[in-house]
Design a protein around this ligand. Structure first.
Ligand code: TXA
Ligand code: MG
Length: 310
């Protein structure tokens, strides 16, 4: 895609229809929320979410925030307790993201949560993003619309500065109001913890928030990065008899990230494949070599973390 291929369309009915059509085809589109511009894609499609990472050139998979139209849509995706529901009722639509247990069978692509059993959700206030949620009828995964390692975009020009030619379209609705990413609060066992400070502070929220850390949740809980519970060996072409081999391209394996060697498909399948390998009776996991190019870098980053001794 060349720079000229990134369409910049003023926000309105036509732009939203065009953006919704691109999203239905599995492409990410930049669109403002009240905080920053997001790079939105269908959260139920692993390939679409992989294209977000491809466009941002992100060298790692971090779990993404999923945007929904209202609390009812959020409750179809995550499990809300009384505290989560009361925060949602008070602050949605708005710049509050809640991290909650993912509902089984919610249909969210595992790449969105990077394999975690929790999900980050918010109902945005900006009319452009709200219109797009209605037009697509899909939950939309959206990180900030900037290339990896660059600052968040608060206007269409900022998006173009780092993503021109890498995404098909930007919905331009001028500068965002808040300019700072949403406050992220995790709810576990009826307790709220601040994971990322943002526009809503503790005084606004009106409850005391546990110390901020998105590293370790609580004793007995998962760390915020999923890793399989089995030893994992990388760059394997021929597996040992006690290994479940995850193949890629010419390396067949017991399962394959992508038989045709497609990195978008491989990224979309990665966390499913790791969970599947973990569920096997074979005690160890092996993974075929993945080329260190494009999305392959993020896939390898995640695999290296999963293989690191713990
Ligand atoms: O204002 C915002 O929140 C913007 C707009 C576009 O909505 N979005 C945004 O998304 O900042 P992103 O992907 O750049 O930030 C996602 C943050 C990361 O810090 C990630 O670690 C955290 O959310 N996160 C997502 N899912 C999580 C989970 N299950 N557990 C813990 N942290 C999670
Ligand atoms: Mg960001």
């Amino acid at each position: 895609m060349t720079a000229q291929n990134t369409l910049v369309r003023p926000y309105g009915k036509a732009a939203i229809a065009e953006a919704a059509a691109l999203i239905a085809q599995g492409f990410p589109v930049a669109i403002p929320t009240e905080t920053v511009y997001g790079l939105a894609a269908d959260a139920t499609s692993g390939d679409a979410v992989a294209r977000i990472y491809e466009a941002k050139g992100r060298p790692s998979f971090n779990p993404l925030i999923v945007h929904v139209a209202d609390l009812a849509a959020a409750e179809r995706i995550a499990l809300f307790d009384d505290l989560a529901r009361s925060l949602a009722q008070r602050f949605w639509p708005g710049p509050l993201t809640l991290v909650l247990p993912l509902r089984e069978g919610a249909g969210i692509a595992p790449l969105v949560t990077a394999g975690l059993p929790t999900i980050a959700l918010r109902v945005p206030a900006h009319p452009a993003m709200r219109d797009l949620l209605v037009a697509t009828g899909k939950p939309l995964a959206a990180p900030s619309a900037n290339a990896s390692g660059r600052i968040s975009a608060t206007c269409a020009e900022h998006v173009l500065a780092t993503l021109a030619g890498r995404i098909p379209m930007i919905v331009d609705a001028g500068s965002t109001q808040v300019g700072l990413e949403s406050t992220i609060v995790a709810i576990t066992n009826g307790m709220a913890r601040l994971l990322r400070p943002g526009p809503l502070v503790e005084a606004d929220i009106g409850i005391s928030l546990g110390a901020g850390s998105d590293r370790i949740e609580a004793p007995g809980q998962m760390s915020s990065h999923y890793a399989p519970d089995k030893p994992l060996r990388l760059n394997v072409i021929e597996s040992e008899p006690d290994e479940w081999l995850i193949g890629f391209g010419p390396v067949k394996g017991h399962a394959s990230l992508s038989e045709k060697g497609d990195l978008i498909e491989a990224a979309a399948r990665l966390f499913d494949a790791l969970h599947e390998a973990e569920a096997q009776s074979l005690p160890r996991i092996a993974v075929a070599p993945i080329p260190e190019e494009g999305l392959g870098q993020a896939i390898n980053d995640r695999l290296k973390r999963a293989a690191a001794p713990r």
